[in-house]
Design a protein around this ligand. Structure first.
Ligand code: ZN
Length: 113
């Protein structure tokens, strides 16, 4: 469900770009979905084709980059890698973490075709 509305958001961005640049077809669209973003990339891939039907993105190749999560641990005073939100620090098992990267959800680039 969440993924469908996210796809609709992506299509909205495609439409805006279409108005701005005046293209008919999109060949490829690349999204960045961080490991901590609560989005299931596979669900997004499944939802995309039907949401894209009848739009410039119909039949476009969907590429999803999944940057890893990174957080600052206030106890270790260091940047650590985390796989999901709510996970403790892998070094000290503490929870004083501030997410630095990996929660991004954005359209990285598009290729007109
Ligand atoms: Zn730590």
């Amino acid at each position: 469900m969440h993924e469908v509305s996210l796809c609709e958001g992506v299509i909205g961005i495609v439409r805006d770009a279409q108005v701005r640049y005046g293209f008919d077809r999109l060949a490829r669209i690349r999204l960045e979905i961080g490991a901590l973003s609560h989005v299931e990339p596979q669900a997004l891939r499944n939802a995309f084709p039907s949401v894209a039907l009848g739009t410039a993105a119909e039949g476009a190749e969907l590429i999803i980059d999944e940057p890893a999560g990174q957080a600052w641990c206030a106890d270790c005073n260091a940047s650590v890698a985390i796989d999901r939100r709510g996970e403790p620090c892998p070094q000290c098992r503490g929870f004083r973490l501030l997410v630095q990267a990996g929660d991004e959800m954005r359209v990285k680039d598009m290729e007109i075709g």
